[in-house]
Design a protein around this ligand. Structure first.
Ligand code: TXA
Ligand code: MG
Length: 368
């Protein structure tokens, strides 16, 4: 079908235009990016809100559209490992961190790994919030890579949600959260991994640190480069830069309040109308149901979600934001969420849950 308005590349839709992953649409979106417009696109983790990483004015629009404070730096996405030199000066690193960075990129790119490296002069300070280092990622998603390759080779992209909210795993989530503030959304369906990338930094003597747990597990990283430290929550002082603002104690939050519970506590929760339940597995849902004295009313099933029937951690990650978005659409008083096992992507799930709970503030007690 002909879409003549696209050929000008100038029309600013009041509501974002949804595009497919066809060659024509990706080319159109790439042109728009190169022209300084904002394009949301799928990756294997979550949807990103992209701008040309070399264009400060375009990058400024990303901060404005998300309502994101400028002290929270953006990840730059590249399409090929050979393009890393466009944005990062890996040779500026001392030998030990350079070797580890190299090993990580080779092992996990393309994939859900973001690595902090010295930036090149071409990357505007706005992208890195004034830091001398840039976060770089090579996504494992064909359409994303094609888009990046056909634009300027470097796309700055945070998750495509209003600041502090749930990350988007479908084009509809992007439309709902940012539809009036951005130009284009490439619709690639539901994302595969479902939680954001793991952000890793290396100290000058080569000590690796996970700044944000994510789709790549600590175990997988340690298998390649040995022991890795994990950052605790970062407290932020006004006007100061922070190592990883995704580490803000409150973030990734639904609009509905949320509380987090260990498996036993979850099983003991009373059923209350207007409360939503996010179970980790069918086993935990069944042990909760067994303790309910009588059959639950029909509408209760509408308020119950299970991250993975079989308790598969990867599947749980893929469903995590998607199910939270679903529960968040229902007018509930609170969402009661069960912690995941602390392994693989479970660490990232638990991290996001505790930040969502912190953002929500005090909630009605689970047991009264
Ligand atoms: O999977 C992902 O990482 C997604 C997709 C779109 O690629 N992106 C994403 O971006 O989650 P965002 O902006 O929501 O989270 C980026 C994280 C934040 O915690 C930010 O503070 C950290 O990366 N970060 C970015 N640049 C940094 C830098 N120069 N130094 C330290 N941390 C940085
Ligand atoms: Mg984000």
């Amino acid at each position: 079908m002909e879409k003549p308005e696209k050929e000008t590349g100038e029309r600013h839709a009041a509501r974002a235009e949804i595009l497919s992953l066809s060659d024509t649409d990706i080319r159109f979106a790439a042109k728009a990016l190169a022209a300084g417009r904002l394009v949301a696109f799928p990756t294997e983790t979550v949807y990103g809100l992209g701008a040309d990483a070399f264009n400060s004015a375009a990058v400024a629009k990303v901060f404005a559209a998300k309502g994101r404070p400028r002290f929270d730096p953006l990840i730059v996405h590249i399409a090929r490992i050979e393009h890393l030199a466009l944005v990062a000066d890996i040779d500026a690193l001392p030998l030990r961190p350079r070797e580890k960075a190299d090993a990580l990129c080779r092992a996990f790119w393309p994939g859900p790994l973001t690595i902090i490296l010295p930036k090149t002069r071409e990357v505007p300070l706005l992208v890195t919030s004034g830091l001398p280092a840039v976060a770089v990622r090579l996504p494992d998603h064909d359409a994303a890579r094609k888009l990046i390759e056909l634009s300027t080779g470097a796309v700055a992209a945070p998750s495509a949600n209003p600041f502090g909210g749930l990350s988007p795993t479908r084009a509809e989530h992007v439309l709902e959260g940012l539809g009036n503030r951005i130009d284009l959304i490439l619709d690639g369906g539901r994302t595969g991994i479902g939680v954001e990338s793991t952000v890793v930094s290396l100290s000058s003597d080569g000590e690796p640190r996970i700044l944000r747990p994510g789709g790549l597990s600590r175990e997988a990283i340690e298998a390649v480069i040995g022991p890795v430290a994990v950052s605790k929550e970062v407290s932020v002082k006004e006007g100061q830069g922070i190592a990883a603002p995704g580490q803000l104690p409150s973030h990734y939050a639904p609009r509905t309040g949320l509380t987090v519970h260990g498996p036993e506590e979850m099983a003991a929760l009373p059923y209350r109308a207007l409360e939503g339940y996010l179970f980790f597995s069918a086993a935990s849902r069944l042990s909760w149901l067994q303790r309910r004295p009588s059959a639950l009313p029909e509408e209760a099933s509408r308020l119950i979600r299970t991250l993975s029937e079989t308790g598969n951690i990867t599947e749980a990650g893929a469903n995590f934001f998607d199910m939270l978005h679903g529960l968040d659409r229902i007018p509930l008083s609170v969402i009661r969420a069960e912690q995941a096992p602390e392994c693989g992507v479970g660490t990232a799930i638990n991290d996001r849950l505790s930040r969502a709970a912190a953002a929500a503030g005090p909630q009605p007690p689970a047991v009264s």
